[in-house]
Design a protein around this ligand. Structure first.
Ligand SMILES: Cc1cc2nc3c(=O)[nH]c(=O)nc-3n(C[C@H](O)[C@H](O)[C@H](O)COP(=O)(O)OP(=O)(O)OC[C@H]3O[C@@H](n4cnc5c(N)ncnc54)[C@H](O)[C@@H]3O)c2cc1C
Ligand code: SF4
Ligand code: SF4
Ligand code: SF4
Length: 489
C-alpha cells in the first residue's frame, strides 16, 4: 500500500470514529473550565491529538483552539482527568427500576413512596426487627431527629424528606446496643458511607459485631442545609414552619408546601440558598449512595415516582419480592432517564477539582505615597506580550454593591503558571485625574487563583483604572472599567 493511500484510509477511519463519537453535549469549554483552569490537567496532550481544531500551546502548556469548535465533546471524553464513565459517576449497580408505592396511605408522600413501602414490606415479612429513619423534631419544626422504629405504622409516619444532616448512625448504634439484629438503615450518601466504612474498612467497628445485620437503603442527595440559618431566613420571609407540611427540591428549586396536593406557597432557586448550604455538601462527590444495598431518589423518574438502583443481591431480591407482593410497582431500567442522573452526578464529582481555591483579600495599604511608581505607567510590557501573546495575564470581574458603595474587583490569574511579586493598583479616574489610589503587593498568584479587592467608591457611577505589574514581566495588566447604572444596561 502506498503511503498516500494508507494515509487516506487512515484519515477516513479517524473521521469515521470521530463522527461516531459526536453528539455528546460536553465541549472544549467544559474541558477548559473543569480540567485546565482548575489546574488538574496532566498536559498529556490527548485533547489536542484527537481534534483538528485543537493544538498544543507549548508556551502556556495547555490546549489551544485554532478553529471553530463544534462542541462534539470528543476532546472532553478522551481526557484522562474527566469523569465520564457511568460506573465512575454512579457506582456499581446490578439493575435499576422506576418505582412507586401501592400503599394508599403513602401516596402523595415525598416522591414515589418507595423507601417507606420497602420498610413496610420488610416489617411484614419479618426480615427486619428495626429500622433507622429520620423524622421531624416535635419541639423544633423541621429539625431532623434520627429514630429507631419497629413497626409499619411508624415507617409510614416517617415519610418525607428533611433537607438537613441527621445523626442516623447514633440511632443505629443505639439499636445495635439494644440488641436489634436485623436493621434497615435509611440515610443520605454521607450517612451510608459512614456505615459502609464501619462495616468494611480494616478498622471498621461494625465488622466486629456479629449480632447486627444492616441493610443500607441510601437516598440520592445533592445538598443539605443548615437548619439554623435556612429556617431563620424562611421565618424572616414570613413563613410559619409549623404550617409547612412538605419541603421538596426539584429542578433547581426549593419548594415549601402548606398542602402537598396544591401549589407550593413559596419557591426559591437553589442558587439563592447557596449560603445556607451545609459546608460539607460543597465537598461531597456521591449523588446516588454508591455504597448502599438499594439507592432511591427522584431524579431520572417522573413525578410521584422514584429511581431505584439495586447494588447487591439482597437489594435486588427485596425490590423484586416487594413488587411481586404488591407493595410497589416497578418499571424496567430503560424507563430511567439516565442522562439527567449522570449530569447531576458529574456536577457533584467535579467538586473534588473545585475545592475552594485560596483567595487573596487585599486590604488598603495605608502608605501609598511613593509607591505609585511601582506600577509602571504605559502599555503592557514587551516581555509580558512575548510570553502571553494575545492572552491577558489577568482577567477581571466586578460587582458594585450600591448599599455599601463597595466595588468588588476580582482579578484572576488566567495564565497556566504562577506569577510572582505582583503589585496591583486601583484608582478612581475623574476628569483625567487619579483619585484614591489603593496599592497592594502579593508574593505569588497561582494559576486561576483570584485576588479580591473591595474598593470603596463615593459615587454610584464612574471609572476606575486597574493596573498590575510583576517584577519579572513588568506591566502585565491595565484596564479602565466603568461602573454604575450605564454599565447595567
Ligand atoms: C438531604 C436530602 C437531599 C436530597 N437530595 C436529592 C436530590 O438532589 N435528588 C434526588 O433525586 N433525591 C434527593 N433526595 C431524596 C428524595 O428527597 C427522597 O428521599 C427519595 O426520592 C425517596 O423518596 P420516597 O418517596 O421513596 O421517600 P419516602 O418514602 O417519603 O421516605 C423518605 C425516607 O427518608 C428518610 N429521611 C428524611 N430526611 C432524611 C434525612 N435528612 N436524612 C436521612 N434520612 C432522611 C425518612 O426517614 C424516610 O424514611 C434527598 C433527600 C435528602 C434527605
Ligand atoms: S471540536 Fe474539538 S475542541 Fe470542540 S468539542 Fe470537539 S474535539 Fe473538543
Ligand atoms: S486531555 Fe485532559 S489532561 Fe490531557 S492535556 Fe488535554 S485537558 Fe490536559
Ligand atoms: S450532599 Fe453529601 S454531605 Fe451533603 S447531605 Fe448530601 S450526601 Fe451528605
Amino acid at each position: 500500500m502506498t503511503e498516500e493511500k494508507h494515509k487516506a484510509e487512515y484519515d477516513y477511519s479517524f473521521e469515521y470514529i470521530s463522527k461516531k463519537l459526536e453528539g455528546k453535549k460536553d465541549s472544549y469549554g467544559m474541558l477548559m473550565k473543569e480540567i485546565v483552569r482548575t489546574g488538574i490537567c496532566t498536559e498529556c496532550g490527548t485533547c489536542a491529538a484527537v481534534c483538528n481544531v485543537l493544538e498544543w500551546d507549548h508556551v502556556l502548556s495547555q490546549p489551544k483552539l485554532v478553529g471553530k469548535c463544534t462542541g462534539c465533546g470528543i476532546c472532553y471524553n478522551q481526557c484522562p482527568r474527566t469523569i465520564t464513565d457511568p460506573i465512575e459517576l454512579m457506582g456499581e449497580f446490578r439493575t435499576g427500576y422506576v418505582a412507586h408505592t401501592n400503599i394508599p396511605e403513602i401516596i402523595g408522600g415525598q416522591d414515589g413512596g418507595t423507601v417507606v413501602s420497602l420498610l413496610c414490606y420488610l416489617f411484614d415479612e419479618h426480615l427486619i426487627d428495626a429500622a433507622i429513619v429520620t423524622v421531624k423534631n416535635p419541639d423544633k419544626p423541621w429539625y431532623p431527629i434520627a429514630k429507631i422504629i419497629t413497626s409499619k405504622k411508624e415507617a409510614i409516619e416517617s415519610a418525607g424528606s428533611i433537607y438537613a444532616h441527621s445523626q442516623t448512625v447514633e440511632a443505629l448504634m443505639d439499636a445495635i446496643r439494644s440488641d436489634y439484629r436485623s436493621i434497615a438503615f435509611v440515610g443520605t450518601p454521607c450517612n451510608i458511607n459512614a456505615v459502609d466504612k464501619m462495616m468494611n474498612s480494616p478498622h471498621g467497628m461494625l465488622k466486629y459485631f456479629m449480632r447486627a445485620n444492616v441493610l443500607k437503603i441510601g437516598l440520592f442527595c445533592m445538598d443539605s442545609f443548615s437548619p439554623e440559618t435556612l429556617y431563620a431566613k424562611f421565618e424572616k420571609d414570613g413563613l410559619d414552619l409549623t404550617k409547612i407540611v412538605k419541603m421538596d427540591i426539584n429542578k433547581g428549586k426549593f419548594h415549601l408546601y402548606e398542602d402537598s396536593n396544591r401549589e407550593a406557597i413559596k419557591s426559591y432557586t437553589i442558587a439563592s440558598l447557596h449560603k445556607y448550604k451545609s459546608s460539607s455538601c460543597n465537598f461531597c462527590i456521591d449523588l446516588t449512595s454508591e455504597n448502599a444495598d438499594i439507592s432511591i431518589g427522584s431524579v431520572g423518574s417522573g413525578p410521584k415516582k422514584n429511581t431505584v438502583f439495586s447494588r447487591t443481591g439482597i437489594g435486588t431480591e427485596i425490590i423484586e419480592d416487594a413488587a411481586k407482593k404488591g407493595y410497589i410497582t416497578i418499571e424496567p431500567f430503560k424507563e430511567i432517564n439516565l442522562d439527567s442522573i449522570l449530569f447531576l452526578a458529574k456536577l457533584k464529582k467535579v467538586t473534588q477539582y473545585n475545592i475552594q481555591k485560596r483567595k487573596v483579600f487585599i486590604v488598603r495599604d495605608g502608605d501609598v505615597k511613593g509607591k505609585k511608581e511601582i506600577v509602571e505607567s504605559g502599555p503592557i510590557s514587551e516581555k509580558a506580550k512575548e510570553l502571553m501573546g494575545t492572552r491577558k495575564a489577568l482577567s477581571l470581574t466586578k460587582e458594585l454593591n450600591e448599599k455599601t458603595k463597595i466595588l468588588k474587583i476580582i482579578l484572576t490569574n488566567s495564565v497556566g503558571f504562577v506569577i510572582e511579586n505582583i503589585t496591583a493598583r486601583i484608582t478612581l479616574v475623574e476628569n483625567v485625574f487619579e483619585k484614591n489610589p489603593w496599592i497592594a503587593s502579593i508574593n505569588e498568584l497561582f494559576p486561576y487563583e483570584s485576588l479580591e479587592i473591595d474598593y470603596p467608591v463615593e459615587k454610584l457611577e464612574g471609572t476606575v483604572l486597574v493596573e498590575a505589574s510583576s517584577d519579572e514581566y513588568g506591566k502585565i495588566f491595565s484596564r479602565s472599567i466603568k461602573f454604575g447604572p450605564e454599565e447595567k444596561k
